[in-house]
Design a protein around this ligand. Structure first.
Ligand SMILES: Cc1cc2nc3c(=O)[nH]c(=O)nc-3n(C[C@H](O)[C@H](O)[C@H](O)COP(=O)(O)OP(=O)(O)OC[C@H]3O[C@@H](n4cnc5c(N)ncnc54)[C@H](O)[C@@H]3O)c2cc1C
Length: 463
């Protein structure tokens, strides 16, 4: 077998020298994602089309070289963290809209397109692309597909998996596949589309996707509610999700999140005694929206409500969402490192979950910050730590394990939207029983027999 530099030279000849970078500066740029870890890849490759990805995967398969697919590197679980000695495949040069078909409410795009750009284009024809991750301004559709990304609107509209009609992809042994169809109904063959979505680049490299678009709502209204405790806010969430009007966002922030936003300078003063805030949004047509709001407010009122505010201007709404979306970075004011958990529980358990988070924070003396998509029972629980404080890191590790056990005991799950990556895979056997896990390993072997696609991610190490 040729050595790596000879193999890379062959690849350069096939794809062109401007597609492959081996200089240290470029490799450093692609050595990490949102996690604090780093691994410098052997090279970074920038294919421009499905056909170039195909050549690349076939080359990697022949030469037994691991590939780490990458969108924007905004993932929080080490999904795009390069495997040792791997070559990063960046999709940032594959950003074309291949087809926009408003009549059939679909758009065919390359994997590297930025998520918000898809939504912007859809809206030009009165449609929308529903999944709205907080990172939508810079993350890429391929990364969203690989992680089954979600966002605030998903409480009403569902996550990425619910908005994809079909995919074009390349398996680890260089087979081109197409999944799904262009129709809104489909009952043919196994549903490989849903299998590849959320597979975190371990089964195939996704090159193109057919996205399902839906009519954009005529009007949107936003409410902000302040509560005396996290439990009171979460009980309000449970009441909302029990009644028939589904909001298009139902976001929760605890007191530490609010403090972090204050320190970040991104939130106006809240009434005294506020320990938790809900941001609630409803959408629909202008005639029925007021009735929707009345029903939602009725459910949101209850013990512990301090203030309910509505009637925000467009600018104020924009500001509220900018603040909410900056939380992920704002919390770093509390401590330089965050261990980011993304747990999800059945929504009726949410109030018990916030109580448990409070208890765990006290028990292990680790500041925990919780915020997120409460309508789905999905909270981002951030353990704020100092990496050089070994005692604190040990307490945080114990706290994290107990949090996972607590969530699983509530019939919840390790991840609502961020995925597993390299950061959480050791927890997987706690949630997925051995037969199911064994079947998952067999599926991986079918798609990627040489194990070159994103090794060290998603599945736990083989026992
Ligand atoms: C401020 C902030 C807010 C966020 N908010 C949300 C949120 O609201 N909801 C949410 O779900 N997530 C959120 N995230 C997490 C992250 O943005 C999402 O997981 C997003 O989908 C990652 O997209 P990316 O393009 O950055 O992918 P990357 O991080 O580059 O990659 C993610 C995974 O996808 C794989 N991959 C990338 N492209 C392909 C491809 N073409 N084929 C196969 N595999 C591929 C990678 O190998 C990796 O495993 C947030 C992150 C930040 C920093």
């Amino acid at each position: 077998m040729p050595d790596l530099s000879t193999s890379l030279a062959n690849l350069e000849t096939t794809l062109g020298p401007e597609r492959i970078f081996t200089d240290l500066a470029t490799r450093n740029l692609y050595a990490s994602d949102e996690t604090p870890h780093q691994c410098i890849p052997q090279a970074v490759c920038f294919p421009r089309s499905h056909d170039e990805v195909l050549l690349l995967v076939r080359w990697a398969y022949t030469n037994s070289i691991a590939l780490t697919p990458r969108g924007a590197g905004s993932g929080n679980v080490g999904g795009a963290l390069p495997a040792p000695d791997s070559l990063v495949v960046s999709f940032e040069c594959m950003t074309r809209v291949l087809e926009f078909d408003p009549d059939n409410r679909l758009m065919v795009v390359e994997a590297g397109i930025i998520t918000d750009e898809v939504d912007r284009l859809a809206r030009s024809a009165g449609l929308m692309y529903a999944p709205d991750p907080g990172s939508g301004a810079y993350c890429r559709i391929g990364g969203n597909l690989a992680m089954n990304a979600a966002g605030p609107r998903c409480v009403k509209y569902g996550a990425t998996r619910d908005h994809i009609l079909g995919l074009r992809a390349i398996t680890g042994d260089g087979r081109e596949i197409r999944t799904g169809s262009r129709t809104s109904k489909y009952a043919t063959g196994y549903d490989l589309t849903r299998l590849l979505i959320g597979s975190e680049g371990t089964l195939a490299l996704i090159t193109e996707a057919t996205l399902k678009l839906i009519p954009a709502p005529e009007a949107v209204a936003t409410l902000r509610l302040c509560y005396t405790s996290t439990r009171a806010a979460c009980e309000a969430v449970i009441r909302v999700m029990r009644q028939p009007i589904v909001p298009c966002a139902l976001e929760f922030m605890d007191a530490r999140s609010i403090d972090a936003l204050h320190a970040y300078g991104d939130v106006q003063d809240l009434p005294a005694g506020t320990q938790a805030v809900l941001m609630v949004e409803a959408d629909g047509d202008t005639h029925t929206l007021p009735d929707q709001l009345t029903s939602l407010v009725r459910a949101l009122e209850g013990p512990g409500l301090i203030e309910s505010q509505s009637g925000f201007s467009k600018d104020e709404i924009q500001h509220l969402w900018t603040a909410r979306k900056s939380l992920s970075h704002a919390v770093k004011r509390i401590a330089p490192r965050k261990i980011n958990e993304d747990v999800v529980v059945p929504v009726s358990q949410l109030a018990d979950l916030v109580d448990a988070i409070d208890r765990l924070g006290h028990r292990w003396a680790v500041p925990l910050v919780a915020f997120g998509h409460a309508g789905n029972g999905n909270l981002h629980v951030n353990l704020m730590v100092h990496a050089d404080n070994t005692d604190e890191m040990a307490r945080a590790a114990a706290c994290r394990c107990e949090l996972v056990e607590t969530v699983l005991a509530m019939h919840g799950s390790l991840s609502g939207e961020h995925g597993i990556g390299s950061e959480k895979r050791h927890f997987l056997p706690l949630e997925i029983e051995p037969n199911t896990l064994a079947l998952m390993r067999q599926i991986k072997a079918q798609f990627d027999p040489a194990g070159i696609l994103n090794p060290g991610k998603k599945l736990p190490p083989t026992p």
